[in-house]
Design a protein around this ligand. Structure first.
Ligand code: ADE
Length: 423
């Protein structure tokens, strides 16, 4: 059941959005299997869930799944530029309480989050932890009724762990990001492909032969760098962590400091989760025509304030592509205002990969509800679902892909358990 209040850009886009959602639905078989099951058993009946996560066609499939499973849902986007207005319109037309539109400002962003809390949810679902943070900061009165929350992304989990360390986290949260079927797939292949998709839609440039600099060689950054390499780019990784830098060099990328990479790069992508990765002195040393974008959750990685100070003039030369003419005479290009390029200039990760990420979201929310039904609560802190749940999701995914794998024989299991067996 949905509660039916909404604010979206243009409700007349609903028909187009509905078709987009159908397209995603046809490519999310794991979530479809869970939806078919829970449509009958309705495990979320009587529970209210507030979500703050990119409003995309894939998210719409997740929202429909929660509603079919009996939940009352209220939703906002988790980034000012990532909402797909046609999808938001389709959800609003179906009666979903949704507050999201593309291009909102920061005040509107938090207004939307506030509205999703009006119905006093017992469950929260985040991508970046802005909803949880708002609850803790502004709506502490809601906390006693909140059973728990779930968090989708690396940056959000990091933020929550810091909150937990300082004793500031007041309800239990599942780190969906930490599931293997999330971060080994969504972060690597999802971010890898959708980031290139965003760059190409915004610029239409050839990647082959370009010096392609990726800052941060974690799951997301390595996904981007390896896909760019596959398309013929000369890839460079900039890192602060020795092990990650070592991995990058052994995987065939050049490793350099950003100060050096800035001078040779044609395309720059930040994927670090920290601020000030590309700052004024880097912009000043860049080549004519350099393209810069971010695929980390927050827009703090590229310091646009410092860029403004060394800029003579600017104009929007293409959608999601801002041309800055610097005081040094060179022109450089910032994509999607330094916000998530994959969701702002493209459609985010492909449905096939979100299928597993969102199956984990559903399982994690269900774990909270199941515990609540026993009269208990998870302890305060950041939790992870058991490994078997990962294997189950991966197993279903493989089956839907028509793939079969082997099983250990009894003898192999015995061998595995026997520590005395050696040479
Ligand atoms: N994060 C990255 N890609 C996404 C998508 N397609 N939908 C929702 N969240 C996302």
């Amino acid at each position: 059941m949905a509660t039916g209040n909404f604010k979206v850009k243009d409700i007349s886009l609903a028909k187009q959005g509905k078709m987009k959602i159908e397209w995603a639905e046809s490519r999310m078989p794991v979530l479809a299997a869970l939806r078919a099951k829970y449509k009958i058993t309705k495990p979320f009946k009587g529970y209210k869930l507030a979500g703050c996560l990119h409003v995309t066609k894939e998210t719409a499939v997740l929202i429909r799944t929660f509603i079919d499973a009996g939940a009352q849902v209220s939703w906002s986007g988790c980034n000012p530029l990532s909402t797909q207005d046609d999808v938001a319109a389709a959800l609003a037309a179906e009666g979903v309480s949704i507050y999201a539109w593309h291009g909102m400002n920061t005040k509107e962003f938090y207004w939307c989050i506030d509205r999703t809390l009006d119905f006093k949810p017992q469950l929260t679902l985040d991508d970046g932890a802005d909803l949880i943070f708002t609850v803790h900061n502004k709506y502490e009165n809601l906390i006693p009724e909140i059973i728990g929350g779930t968090e989708e992304t690396t940056t959000g989990v990091h933020r929550l762990r810091k909150m937990a360390e300082k004793g500031a986290l007041k309800y239990p949260v599942f780190a969906v990001n930490d599931m293997i079927t999330k971060w080994d797939f969504d972060n690597v292949y999802g971010t890898g492909q959708s980031t290139l998709d965003g760059i190409l839609r915004a610029t239409s440039v050839l990647l082959a032969g370009k010096n392609f600099v990726v800052a941060g060689y974690g799951h997301c950054g390595s996904g981007v760098a390896n896909r760019a390499k596959g398309m013929g780019a000369n890839t460079v990784a900039a890192e602060v962590k020795p092990t990650a830098a070592l991995k990058a060099t052994l995987e065939g990328h050049k490793v350099m400091k950003m100060d050096d990479a800035a001078k040779i790069g044609d395309i720059f992508v930040t994927a670090t989760g920290v601020k000030d990765v590309i700052v004024g002195r880097h912009f000043n040393s860049m080549k004519e025509g350099a393209i810069i974008c971010n695929t980390g959750h927050y827009d703090c990685e590229i310091n646009l304030g410092e860029l403004e100070k060394i800029t003579k003039s600017k104009r929007t030369i293409r959608p999601n592509c801002e041309e800055y003419t610097l005081k040094n005479g060179r022109k450089i290009y910032i994509l999607a205002q330094g916000r998530l390029v994959n969701l702002s200039a493209a459609e985010g990760h492909p449905s096939e990969v979100m299928d597993m990420s969102f199956a984990n979201q559903l399982n994690a929310q269900l774990a909270l509800v199941k515990m609540h039904k026993t009269g208990k609560k998870y302890s305060l802190g950041v939790h992870k679902l058991p490994d078997e749940m990962d294997q189950e999701i991966a197993g279903v995914k493989l089956t839907t892909m028509g793939l079969k794998i082997d099983k250990l024989t009894k003898e192999q299991i015995t061998y595995n358990d026997d520590f005395t067996a050696g040479t």
